[in-house]
Design a protein around this ligand. Structure first.
Ligand code: ZN
Length: 90
């Protein structure tokens, strides 16, 4: 579940970065994924294992209908909490 919520958050963040930096034609995005604590569907904040496969699939499904349809997402699991976009390549 967290993988799909996360996919949406990553695309939203990417949109923000693209607007702020006025980037065009992004080729790839590097994302680091730590432990993700979320509140959803009436559950209190908790963590779940993130499936990188599901996350990749989620990102591609959302990106498909946007300007990011050709973007390659490089996802890396890291120690620590939360996630961040570490690089955007044009
Ligand atoms: Zn959950």
């Amino acid at each position: 579940m967290h993988d799909f919520i996360l996919a949406k958050e990553i695309i939203d963040e990417l949109k923000k970065i693209v607007q702020e930096k006025k980037l065009e034609q992004i080729r790839s995005v590097n994302v680091e994924i730590g432990t993700i604590a979320l509140v959803h569907d009436g559950f209190e904040e908790h963590t779940e294992d993130i499936s990188l496969e599901n996350l990749q699939f989620g990102l591609q499904s959302i990106a498909k209908n946007t300007e990011f349809s050709e973007v390659k997402f490089n996802i890396k699991k890291v120690a620590g909490e939360n996630w961040k976009i570490t690089n955007v390549e044009v």
